[in-house]
Write a new protein. Structure first.
Length: 307
């Protein structure tokens, strides 16, 4: 690194410290890929992300886990009269819980004080009505840690009350749960729901998966926060105007082009910034603003977030 680069790194470390990242992203393991992270969001709408950033792990996963996370996004961010068909999975109720999302390479981990309730929202009950992610099956559990597998992709998700998100020792089936185990095949309705999902370009999958992994993130300099999609952690004075009792959401598209809109929290710009932030955004993403929306662009794919 040049002398000017070292001076810049030293200056930035005073702004973005490791401690501030722990406050913003609890439970997420990171490794340092460069001796600094970028500062702030000045001129962000027109600037490319700095390639020398923390490998924060939010977007690092295998292809099957990526496909699962993007499928989960369709369930989480569709609700109410404006919602696309996956709103019927009733997965959006997860955003009423306080969840720390701690993604791993081959698992999506939700840390919460109600892991049993959260898993019951994810795995469909053993009946004809599919409430939950089609094709999810419980693998095992131990104490208040539950592990499930998505049959169409083989990807795993863990819900736990453990602050480190670890799933060690998870091996016993639950004693008082009505959730189908991994030996229960998908029924016809689940197969239909999966086959009806639209095609999705890989970079579009990355954008949608990024929405899931950033549900509980916040800028340590208090410029944006996603607040689990039910409140404003920054407690901005104007937040009261966004408060609604029954928020509605829509996330839909196909191929390279996707759109989303919602009522209530969070602010649309906060979601756009969480995906494009120089420090924890999707690498290679950029943000473009027009009169009606914020466009998060990754390669040839775009996610339009209505203002």
């Amino acid at each position: 690194m040049s002398n000017s680069g070292r001076r810049r790194a030293a200056r930035l470390r005073k702004i973005y410290t490791d401690e501030s990242y722990e406050a913003a992203l609890p439970g997420i393991g990171r490794k340092l890929k460069a001796p600094h992270v970028p500062s702030g969001f000045k001129n962000m709408l027109s600037s490319e992300p700095d390639p020398q950033i923390y490998d924060h792990g939010l977007d690092s996963c295998d292809e099957l886990q990526l496909k699962f996370r993007s499928t989960m996004a369709l369930g989480l961010f569709n609700r109410g009269s404006i919602g696309a068909p996956p709103g019927k999975w009733d997965l959006s109720t997860l955003t009423w819980y306080t969840i720390t999302v701690s993604p791993r390479w081959n698992q999506l981990v939700f840390i919460t004080n109600a892991p049993d309730n959260v898993m019951e929202r994810i795995v469909p009950k053993a009946d004809t009505r599919v409430i939950g992610i089609p094709g999810m099956r419980l693998l095992r559990s131990h104490g208040r840690t539950y592990m499930a597998r998505h049959v169409p992709t083989g990807a795993e998700i863990v819900t736990t009350s453990r602050s480190d998100g670890a799933s060690r020792g998870v091996h016993y089936p639950p004693s008082a749960r009505s959730l189908p185990m991994s030996d229960v095949p998908m029924n016809r309705e689940e197969e239909r729901l999966v086959s009806d999902l639209p095609s999705m370009a890989r970079n579009a999958r990355r954008l949608l998966a990024g929405l899931v992994t950033r549900m509980s993130t916040a800028d340590p300099r208090r410029r944006w926060a996603t607040g689990n999609w039910y409140w404003d952690p920054l407690e901005r004075p104007e937040s009261e105007s966004r408060r609604v009792e029954w928020p509605e959401r829509r996330l839909w598209g196909s191929g390279y082009e996707w759109e989303m809109e919602w009522t209530g929290f969070p602010y649309p710009i906060d979601v756009a910034l969480s995906l494009t932030d120089p420090a924890i955004g999707l690498r290679g993403s950029r943000l473009r603003e027009n009169r009606r929306s914020y466009e998060v662009i990754l390669g040839s794919s775009v996610l339009r977030i209505k203002k």
